[in-house]
Write a new protein. Structure first.
Length: 558
């Protein structure tokens, strides 16, 4: 803003000093004027002719002249009116050092015919025509977040070329809860501000603070200049790493391949730089077994399968992982993990025959226990539940005992060795996994013979014709009986059941080989005397007790 003030508004005073010169016979007077800077060109300062006691009408004739100062013609004399006026705007800050309390233009006015010399001093008064400005528009400060409240930081001061009250008088800081300013005064009267930390900083809450510092001069009206203050908060290691969760529960399938990713832990640190770089490790609370089973990548927190996992050996793994930053004074955070091994149906059911009776008698009673079988499966849940069965067509049944996983093999139907002498019994065990696994075992059950079958003749009645006049001892016929039993129960002995005929026993008429059932005539028969004989032959086995049957024999004499 420019200020224009005419000469009459300023106090003018003239001081006259007489200097006698014997050579020129002249007297020099010094005249003082005070004017503000920045007056418009053509503005009248004073009537110089009147102030010097000269006739304005003679100025041209007497060749009045105003000397140029420093090649700058700031003032001129109107030779027609004798008025001193502004020829070129005067900038006090350019003309004089702003620190000087006074600024003068000194000029000489010379007149010829007769020669006279006058000295003129024009005091240039300061106006508020400059705004305060900072040497740097932006100031950068790096302040550690650990800096205590009350710490001071020097700022670049603002400068104002104006003088006195028009120069910088005060500073203002934009509203900021963490910072304030204190204004200091230098020996030369200059004003500067210190930035003061009012409240402790937290980089994680606000990493950069943007402030505006305003310099205000003392002019009326006042003028201002601003500078930006950018405070970058330097990190200190005041934050410990934090995991996403304090406790993790993870399910891992048994037999997971080596190198399979279990989880990628993520811990974050609100600090920056090395203060936020994290190293992962197991704590001392993590067992050697767990560390041998799962690997932990110290750089990225990946936990992977390190060796084969077997649910049947170990079902729950507990571990604690520590996240430690790389700060100078390292801070740590931790989390706990529980790894639950999920069972796979990777174990075949097992079967064990605890007792087995073989051979057994074929006449064993129904519900007789002939074997006890136990079943098991190392898997769990449905994978570990086992069902056992045998072929449906067998005369046996499985009966579950009161204790788990024990079964009795019992006779469910009557047995007959003569029909089936032995059984191949296959036990099949199957778990309920998906897909199911199974196993089987076969045992041979042999049946012992009991004397439960009577000898059987192919026919119940035999008719044997014999020619009369036969020779004594002649073979009449061969009879055969069958017994399906074994050994002594099968060994047969044959007898003729005694029956007397006219005081004569059959044994006197016929004989039979007890082993091969050959029937012989012991005498010669005469048709005219005896025409037929009727008797029984008994077949008896050697069992205990023995069993027998008989057949009727009708001998006809021809």
């Amino acid at each position: 803003m420019e200020t224009h003030i005419s000469a009459q508004h300023w106090r003018r005073y003239v001081s006259v000093f007489l200097i006698f010169s014997t050579a020129m016979n002249t007297a020099c007077a010094v005249t003082h004027y005070s004017i503000p800077e920045e007056m418009e060109e053509g503005s009248i300062v004073a009537n110089l002719a009147a102030d010097l006691g000269l006739d304005a009408k003679t100025l041209v004739k007497r060749k009045v002249r105003l000397d140029v100062i420093a090649n700058k013609r700031y003032l001129e004399i109107n030779k027609d009116t004798g008025e001193l006026f502004i020829a070129e705007k005067i900038d006090r800050e350019y003309l004089c050092n702003s620190k000087n309390p006074s600024c003068f233009l000194k000029m000489d006015v010379s007149i010829e015919e007769p020669i006279r010399m006058f000295n003129i001093e024009v005091e240039i008064m300061d106006i508020n025509d400059n705004v305060p400005h900072f040497r740097r528009d932006t100031m950068h400060l790096d302040i550690s977040e650990s800096t205590p409240a009350g710490e001071r930081f020097s700022l670049n001061n603002a400068v104002d070329p104006d003088f006195g009250t028009n120069s910088v008088k005060s500073y203002h800081l934009s509203d900021e809860e963490h910072f304030g300013i204190e204004i200091q005064t230098g020996r030369d009267g200059s004003k500067f501000a210190d930035l003061v930390l009012k409240n402790a900083l937290d980089r994680e809450e606000q990493a950069v603070h943007n402030l505006i510092l305003t310099a205000v001069d003392g002019g009326v009206p006042s003028r201002t200049g601003t500078a930006n203050i950018i405070v970058r908060v330097l990190d200190t290691n005041d934050n410990a790493p934090q995991f996403d969760k304090k406790i993790y529960t993870i399910n891992v399938m048994e037999n997971a391949p080596i190198g399979n990713l279990v989880i990628e832990l993520n811990a974050t640190d609100l600090d920056e730089g090395t203060n936020s770089e994290i190293i992962y490790s197991y704590s001392l609370y993590t067992s050697e077994k767990t560390q041998a089973t799962f690997s932990l990548n110290s750089n990225n927190g990946e936990i992977r399968v390190k060796e084969m996992i077997n649910y049947e050996d170990f079902r729950i793994y507990d571990m604690e992982v520590i996240a430690m930053d790389k700060g100078r004074n390292s801070l740590t955070g931790q989390c706990k993990l529980t790894i639950l091994v999920t069972d796979m149906n990777d174990n075949h059911p097992e079967m064990s025959i605890k007792s087995f009776q073989s051979p057994i008698k074929e006449n064993v009673a129904i519900d007789t226990v002939i074997a006890i079988v136990s079943v098991s499966d190392k898997d769990s849940g449905e994978n570990g539940k086992v069902d056992i069965h045998i072929a449906d067509q067998l005369p046996f049944a499985l009966r579950e005992e009161s204790s788990d996983n024990y079964y009795e093999l019992v006779v469910s139907q009557p047995l007959d060795r003569e029909n089936v002498p032995e059984y191949e019994i296959t036990f099949t065990v199957t778990d309920r996994g998906s897909p199911p696994l199974s196993d089987n075992e076969t045992m041979t059950l042999e049946l012992l013979d009991v004397n439960d079958n009577v000898p059987q003749f192919p026919q119940s009645f035999y008719t044997i014709p014999v020619m009369e006049n036969n020779a004594p001892g002649a073979l009449l016929s061969s009879l055969t009986a069958f017994d399906p039993d074994l050994h002594e129960n099968q060994y047969l002995v044959y007898f003729i059941i005694e029956k007397e005929i006219v005081n004569t026993s059959m044994s006197m008429l016929f004989s039979i080989n007890p082993e091969n059932v050959n029937l012989y005539a012991l005498k010669t028969f005469d048709y005219e005397i005896e025409k037929e004989f009727l008797f029984h032959i008994e077949a008896r086995d050697s069992g205990v007790p023995p069993l027998s049957s008989n057949v009727t024999v009708h001998v006809i004499i021809v």
